[in-house]
Write a protein that binds this ligand. Structure first.
Ligand SMILES: [Mg+2]
Length: 262
C-alpha cells in the first residue's frame, strides 16, 4: 500500500476540499505549501462552470494559496478542449453563461442563436435557462446536432445547506424532451478532464493523488483515470456513507490538513 506522500502530483477539488464557501478549510494553506516546497505538483479541479478560472485563482490567492489561472482546470475548459479536437470550428447553440461561451469561442467554436444552424448543443449551468432555450435545444437535436455538456452535477451546494439547480438538471430536461442521451459530460468523473490535467502536469496518472469530498465525482474521477484517491470529510463526503458509493477511495482523511508534509 502506498502512503499519502508517495505521489508526484496532487489534484484538489475546490469546494468542500480546499475551502467551504467563503472560508479556507483550516490547514489547507499549510498542507499545499508543504507539498509545493517539496517539489510536488499541485492542480485545482472544479466542475463548476459559472465562474472563470481566473476568479478561482484569485480566490485561492486571497485565501493564502498562491495560484494562477493555469493552476486551475474546470469542466468548461475540458469541454472546449474536447470540442476543439472532435468538432473543430463547429457551430454551437449554447445554453451556458459567459465563462463557458468565452472558452468555446477561444476554442474556435462559432456561437449561433438559430437552433437549426447548430452542429452541437452545449449545455451547462445557465441561470437564465428557459422554455425557449429548451425548445431551441430540442429543435437543434432533432435536426441532427449533438448534445454535450460541461458537468453532470444536478444540484450545487451553496452556503447554509442550500442547493441550487446545476448543469445536470438542465441536461436531464433536454434529454427528456429529445429522448436522446447526452453524448459527453466533460467534467469529473470524465476522463476528458483527467487527460487535460495529466497533459498539463506532465506526470503519469499513477503518480497523481486526486483529493476530493465527493465519492461519485471526485473519487470516481480519480479511479476512472488510474490515479490514487483520497476522500476528505470536510464537504459532501461527510454526508455520503462510504458504503453507498460505487467505489472506495484509497485514503479517507478528516481534512486536507492531513496531507501536510513535515
Ligand atoms: Mg467538492
Amino acid at each position: 500500500m502506498r502512503s499519502l506522500h508517495d505521489f508526484k502530483a496532487y489534484l484538489f477539488d475546490l469546494d468542500g476540499t480546499v475551502y467551504l464557501g467563503p472560508g479556507l478549510i483550516p490547514g489547507a494553506d499549510t498542507a499545499i505549501a508543504s507539498l509545493r516546497a517539496d517539489g510536488r505538483r499541485v492542480m485545482f479541479l472544479s466542475n463548476k462552470p459559472i465562474s472563470t478560472r481566473a476568479s478561482y485563482a484569485e480566490k485561492l490567492t486571497r485565501l493564502g494559496i498562491a495560484a494562477t489561472e493555469a493552476d486551475v482546470l474546470n469542466s468548461s475548459l475540458a469541454l472546449a478542449t474536447y470540442l476543439e479536437r472532435e468538432l473543430p470550428g463547429a457551430r454551437a447553440y449554447a445554453i451556458a453563461e459567459a465563462p463557458v461561451i468565452e472558452d468555446l469561442v477561444a476554442a474556435g467554436m462559432r456561437i449561433v442563436n438559430e437552433p437549426l444552424e447548430a452542429d452541437v448543443v452545449v449545455a451547462s449551468w445557465d441561470r437564465d435557462f428557459s422554455y425557449r432555450k429548451l425548445d431551441h435545444a430540442l429543435q437543434a437535436i432533432r435536426n441532427g446536432a449533438r448534445l454535450v455538456a460541461t458537468n453532470p452535477d444536478v444540484a450545487c451546494p451553496m452556503a447554509g445547506d442550500v442547493y441550487v439547480p446545476d448543469c445536470g438538471a438542465i441536461v436531464a430536461a433536454i434529454e427528456a424532451c429529445s429522448m436522446r442521451p447526452v453524448d459527453v459530460f466533460a467534467g469529473k468523473p470524465s476522463t476528458l478532464m483527467a487527460d487535460l490535467a495529466l497533459q498539463r502536469l506532465g506526470v503519469a496518472a499513477a503518480d497523481c493523488l486526486m483529493v476530493g469530498d465527493r465519492v461519485n465525482t471526485d473519487i470516481l474521477f480519480g479511479q476512472n483515470a488510474g490515479m490514487g484517491t483520497a476522500l476528505v470529510l470536510t464537504g459532501a463526503g461527510r454526508l455520503t456513507p462510504l458504503e453507498e458509493g460505487p467505489c472506495r477511495p484509497d485514503f479517507v482523511l478528516e481534512s486536507i490538513a492531513e496531507l501536510t508534509l513535515v
